[in-house]
Design a protein around this ligand. Structure first.
Ligand code: PGA
Length: 250
């Protein structure tokens, strides 16, 4: 078992409403008594203010799902790191495959966003992962190494402050989960790359994401380099997310 305390992060994606968020959070906070891992929810930016209030004084940290690579200025529609910080944001998901796909986010842009988040005192959770075609072509290692290399190139000096999430694209929202040994194999590759870049690489949490659920979380979390989870669908159901938080608290 690794020395790193587990981190479990709910990625709400574009889901929620004022009413639904309030009842989900109330149910989560009621069930936190036996939770000893780090935990966070990354919510749509319009709900950060609501969530800041709902989570005040709790053990559940607040996260966002994107940040602008710019500090401030004429960037219509963008949200800066300092704005996120104003609402008590601790984590920010960056480079999620849905943003890489739908907003053409490049490895270089994701690395810049991570730099901006770090400068604003926010921990980036940077997603890497291969598509099904890339896995079938035997390119998994090359793809995740390329994505991580771009991050290290820009943020190498503070890489130990970044969280990495391995999310195989073929496993996201599909119900297809990487087998624990498949996840571990990629996590080990990422760990070795981080170790080559920083003497503090052992501190970096590498999360697994992609159809992680209440039934499969424990075996994934038992892998030596799986330091937590980035959870989409199952994080919207309080009993399931709580089961997973408890699996990470063993
Ligand atoms: P999923 O999503 O758990 O619904 O597969 C994970 C993610 O996209 O972060």
């Amino acid at each position: 078992m690794s020395k790193r305390q587990k981190l479990m992060v709910g990625n709400w994606k574009m889901n929620g409403s004022l009413a639904a968020n309030a009842s989900l959070v109330a149910e989560l906070l009621q069930g936190m008594a036996e939770v000893y891992c780090h935990a966070a929810v990354c919510v749509p930016s319009v709900y950060l203010s609501q969530l800041q209030t709902l989570l005040a004084g709790s053990e559940l940290a607040l996260g966002a799902q994107d940040v602008s690579p710019h500090e401030s200025g004429a960037y219509t529609g963008e949200v800066s790191a300092s704005m996120l910080k104003d609402f008590g944001v601790r984590y920010c998901i960056l480079g999620h495959s849905e943003r890489r796909r739908d907003h053409s986010e490049s490895d270089a842009l994701v690395a810049l966003k991570a730099q901006r988040a770090l400068a604003g005192g926010i921990t980036p959770i940077v997603c890497v992962g291969e598509s099904l075609a890339e896995r079938e072509a035997g390119e998994t290692e090359a793809v995740v190494k390329r994505q991580l290399a771009a991050l290290i190139q820009v943020n190498g000096h503070c890489i130990s402050e970044i969280v990495v999430a391995y999310e195989p694209v073929w496993a996201i929202g599909t119900g297809l989960t990487a087998k624990p040994e498949q996840a571990q194999a990629v996590h080990a590759v990422l760990r070795a790359q981080l170790q080559a870049a920083s003497p503090h690489a052992d501190r970096v949490s590498i999360l697994y994401g992609g159809s992680m659920n209440a039934a499969n979380a424990a075996t994934l979390l038992d892998q030596p380099d799986v330091d937590g989870g980035l959870i989409g669908g199952a994080a919207l159901k309080a009993p399931d997310f709580l089961t997973m938080l408890k699996a990470a608290s063993r």
